[in-house]
Design a protein around this ligand. Structure first.
Ligand SMILES: [Zn+2]
Length: 475
């Protein structure tokens, strides 16, 4: 990192924001984005794309949206030229984990390299790096995230984000109420805790409620030979306790049978695809009955597979927008002596076989979407090979590949994401009164969702950020 340059650029990054001081201490900061093409993912047809539009921001909220010809720029406003650019609501990632970094040391239950990097050091690193991770999200145009489970420390993450200028809005769940233990992730504040009975599940929920979680999350792992009905009863007891306290239930359930059991037990949010067989009418009916949200997390398994085969390479967006420290660590597998790696990893690296596309998940996403179940874009960022921030562009590309139009993908990543974050009244739309969480792009995201990565500026609570300056500031 360049120690001299970084603070200077960071200061320039905040200059625009500080210009508000010139308008007087009590006046809110006013910004006008003029002549942009505004994309409204909550609308259909021609209404969704409004060229030559002016958006006025006062303080942290949008105050006006209208044709540039008839929407005057307020006196003293800072003007941002939107000509030839596209303005979308800030993106929302409905599935992330701040206690994980995306590197090879972050899931010792999947790849144990703790002799090289003890798990406690990895978690400590992630805590120390939190402010930088927040900046990475903002640089990628993501202004709201939902952390669907981690240590009790997650509640401090939410607080830190609230107190920070350059951070997304963070909704959180605490430790996962799980069907199985995960001892390799157990430090003093475990992210996953086993509930063997309904009573134990209820106790785990009660322990989290004082922290005011945005979700209670269940890790519904159904191993062969275990009693599905008994597991469903635990999930139901957990869900009822959460619902009584006004907290929705999020469930990890990746097979059709467990996903259906989760919905029967009251799940409000399925945080993964059904990946083993095609979804059926019963599944779709149950999802609709619960008004459940469906987050397909299409990339995350491929992320592991590419990483473990030694084939993970950063995309252009990752090269520009990912945490440079994590990017550098993604080359570690090649550097570790083979005798320190598990034989199955050495084998996979020797084979170097390109992982298959997630065909069943893609197919199910299209079915679920077409049946009218609200789809939420989410990456499961923090898992090995799924980096905080720019992995949203990998995810959205796969959603487009599944057959969703770019506008439908944007809807999943904004309006529906706002529902997942339980903030639908304030984020996910470009309208007067909404939070001024916006992304200004240099290419049209409605013709190809990959253009959503072409970020010029990001606005979070009305403050403007240059993504490249944000990344330089954390080098
Ligand atoms: Zn997850």
């Amino acid at each position: 990192m360049n120690f001299v340059r970084a603070p200077l650029l960071a200061a320039i990054g905040f200059f625009c924001a500080n210009a508000a001081a010139e308008q007087g201490p009590s006046a809110p900061r006013v910004v006008a984005i003029v002549d942009a093409t505004v994309v409204h993912p909550d609308r259909d047809g021609a209404d969704a794309i409004r060229p030559h539009t002016t958006v006025v921001i006062e303080g942290s909220r949008i105050s006006q949206v209208g044709p540039s010809s008839s929407t005057p720029v307020p006196k003293g406003a800072q003007v941002v030229d939107g000509a030839g650019k596209w303005l979308i609501p800030g993106l929302i990632d409905g599935h992330v984990h701040f206690f994980q970094s995306g590197n090879f040391y972050t899931r010792p239950d999947g790849l144990d390299l703790t002799k090289r990097v003890p798990y406690a050091s990895e978690v400590a690193r992630n805590k120390a790096r939190l402010a930088a991770t927040f900046k990475v999200w903002i640089a990628s145009g993501v202004t709201t995230v939902v952390d669907v489970g981690g240590p009790l420390w997650n509640f401090e993450v939410r607080k830190a984000a609230q107190a920070s200028e350059a951070a997304p809005h963070v909704a959180v769940a605490g430790p996962l109420v799980s069907m199985v233990a995960d001892p390799k992730l157990e430090l003093d504040d475990p992210p996953i805790i086993k509930a063997a009975t309904a009573e134990e599940g209820v106790r785990l929920v009660a322990r989290q409620l004082p922290y005011q979680p945005d979700y209670i999350k269940v890790w519904f792992i159904h191993e062969q030979g275990t009693d599905l009905a008994a597991q469903e009863a635990i999930v139901r007891a957990v869900g009822e306790t959460a619902h009584t306290a006004g907290v929705p239930l999020a469930v990890h359930a990746t097979e059709l049978v467990t996903a259906k059991a989760a919905l029967r037990a009251g799940a409000d949010y399925l945080v993964h695809s059904v990946g083993d067989e095609p979804v059926d009418a019963e599944f779709l009916d149950l999802a609709k009955r619960n008004k459940a949200l469906y987050c397909p997390t299409l990339w995350v398994i491929s992320g592991y597979r590419y990483a473990f085969a030694g084939l993970w390479r950063p995309t252009q967006a990752e090269q520009r927008l990912a945490d440079p420290q994590i990017l550098a660590m993604m080359r570690d597998l090649e550097r570790i002596p083979k005798e320190e790696l598990p034989p199955r990893i050495v084998e996979r690296m020797a084979e170097a076989k390109t992982p298959p596309p997630p065909t069943m998940m893609l197919r199910n996403l299209k079915s679920v979407h077409d049946a009218g179940v609200p789809v939420v874009m989410g990456t499961d960022a923090g898992n090995i090979g799924t980096l905080h921030g720019p992995s949203v562009f990998r995810e959205m590309a796969l959603m487009q590949e599944a057959g969703l139009t770019p506008l439908q993908v944007l809807r999943a990543a904004t309006v529906n994401g706002a529902r997942a974050a339980r903030r639908e009244s304030t984020v996910g739309t470009i309208a007067p009164g909404a939070a001024a969480d916006l992304v200004l792009l240099t290419a049209d995201p409605t013709v190809d969702i990959n253009n959503a990565a072409r970020i010029y500026r990001v606005f979070r609570k009305g403050r403007m950020f240059d993504p490249d300056e944000l990344i330089v500031s954390i080098r």
